[in-house]
Design a protein around this ligand. Structure first.
Ligand code: G1P
Length: 268
């Protein structure tokens, strides 16, 4: 089973910091943000993480490549803890596919269709970190309880924020678990069917890849993952796990990235 991490975006909100450094490589306490997301995927039953990269972002691939020369140099100098950290990150099981055009999140996920090899897969959006690594196993448990159905993480958001997210319609079937009836990407508040927003962690059945190949551009002219999931509901059941917003740490904007750094640093 693969965990797919879309990472081909331009990092516009962080310019000029992201002119030469990919947004995913910005430091969060002691590691680039994307390392947390890769570690989460590998801690949660994925045998490999597939990063959907852009061909310009060499730094991401360099970060996850072995560097035996650096490791030996550090060991010669007695800096074994650093050598271990470099060795560890170079051995994480990360593969790459490329998104050559910014056609949307759904298109990014579709770029990894072959890598997902017809199996269920996770999608982890890198704007939010889940350092506790507990969310994907909880989603897997909901899926197992419902015959292997797709499960998405959702969180309650205030009215003024619903239009920034994908939003679900549905009904609660057990504590914190909803059966999804519809999904809408970035609805106006008056059109939003609930305040439960798609959080950026997905466990999806292989049928989603086939539907992604068919969905038409939606909000913002982009191929939306949310639209493929809405189409899936005609054929398959889907569940949503309501997660505690405090389990995730947003790094999507400069203020939230700074706050996440402060919070995670204070927690060490
Ligand atoms: C994406 C998804 C949206 C989801 C959000 C979570 O939007 O399209 O459904 O709620 O991530 O962060 P984006 O933030 O890429 O605009």
């Amino acid at each position: 089973m693969k965990a797919i991490i879309p990472a081909a975006g331009l990092g516009t909100r962080f310019l000029p910091a992201t002119k030469a450094v990919p947004k995913e490589m910005l430091l969060v306490v002691d590691r680039p943000a994307i390392q947390y997301v890769v570690e989460e995927g590998l801690a949660s039953a994925a045998d490999e993480v597939i990063i959907v990269n852009s061909r310009e972002k060499h730094a991401i691939e360099e970060h996850f490549s072995p560097n035996p020369d650096l490791v030996s140099l550090l060991r010669e100098r007695g800096k074994n803890a650093y050598a271990d950290a470099v060795e560890y990150v170079g051995n994480l099981n990360v593969g790459y596919v490329y998104q050559d055009e910014a056609l949307g999140l759904g298109h990014a996920v579709l770029c990894a269709a072959e890598a997902a090899a017809g199996e269920p897969f996770y999608v982890l959006l890198g704007d939010v970190l889940v350092p506790g690594n507990q969310m994907l196993p909880a989603m897997q448990a909901v899926s197992d309880a419902h015959g292997g159905a797709s499960v998405i993480a959702v969180m309650p958001v205030p009215d003024e924020e619903v239009s920034r997210f994908g939003v679900i319609a549905g009904s609660e079937v057990s504590e914190g678990v909803w059966k999804v009836d519809a999904l809408v990407e970035k609805p106006a508040l008056e059109d939003a069917p609930s305040n439960l927003a798609v959080f950026g962690r997905y466990l999806l059945t292989p049928r989603v890849m086939e539907l992604l190949a068919q969905v038409q551009p939606g909000v913002g002219g982009e191929i939306q993952l949310t639209d493929a999931l809405d189409a899936l509901l005609v054929e398959e059941e889907m569940y949503a796990l309501v997660v505690d917003p405090a389990d995730g740490f947003d790094t999507g904007t400069v203020p939230s990235w700074l706050e996440t750094n402060n919070t995670l640093f204070a927690q060490r």
